[in-house]
Design a protein. Structure first.
Length: 211
């Protein structure tokens, strides 16, 4: 009787394992299709993040394909990103402290020639990041594009709100290696009008294009 129960358990565990493998394969195949759709639309930044997800969750054929895709897309994504970030930006709203951080929220940020320059006055540079030595990369907490500064992980992103282009800075990991989680309830607001207004507000420190 015990042998029959043991055999049944082994068969059940094997069947369950095969079922999980099949489900995972189907999910990853779906993600491959999503990544391909992003590529066709020209949204390479979204596509590369999906390929990174696949590469982190599969060690078989999908992993090889996704790594090949990442190798091809990474230079293009960095080029697209730098064009999007390029220019002189002025601090609009500061939502968090920067006392113990590698990045200081200076009055101005200028991004040019593969450099991010932080300053309050042109003649007084506070800090500078050389993107040739420290390029935008992928990180599990920030995705792509992320910047690693010692233990800190940062992301830079842009968006337009009412024709105003914004540069948003978000710190995901602090200098002690601690994860920073921002609470954002805007997407679950039931009223459509209130949700739309809320989504135009920022929860990150952000800059606007300087005139």
């Amino acid at each position: 009787m015990k042998k029959k129960i043991t055999l049944f358990c082994l068969i059940f565990m094997l069947s369950f394992s095969l079922f999980k493998t099949q489900i995972k394969a189907e999910v990853l195949k779906n993600y491959e299709q999503i990544a391909t759709q992003y590529e066709k639309k020209g949204d390479l930044l979204s596509a590369i993040n999906v390929y990174y997800y696949i590469s982190k969750n599969d060690t078989l054929e999908s992993n090889k394909k996704s790594l090949q895709k990442i190798e091809i897309l990474l230079p293009k994504c960095r080029e697209i990103l730098l064009k999007e970030l390029q220019g002189k930006w002025e601090l609009k709203k500061k939502f968090d402290l920067d006392y113990y951080s590698n990045i200081k929220y200076t009055k101005f940020i200028e991004i040019k020639d593969n450099k991010i320059i932080f300053y309050n006055r042109p003649e007084e540079i506070v800090s500078e990041i050389n993107l040739e030595n420290n390029p935008f990369s992928y990180n599990d907490f920030g995705g792509f594009p992320s910047l690693k500064l010692d233990k800190e992980i940062w992301t830079f992103s842009t968006r337009k709100v009412n024709r105003e282009k914004r540069l948003r800075l978000r710190k995901h990991i602090d200098k002690n290696g601690n994860l920073i989680v921002l609470s954002d309830h805007r997407g679950v607001i039931i009223d459509d009008t209130e949700r739309e207004i809320a989504l135009k507000q920022e929860i990150d420190t952000y800059y606007v294009k300087s005139k």
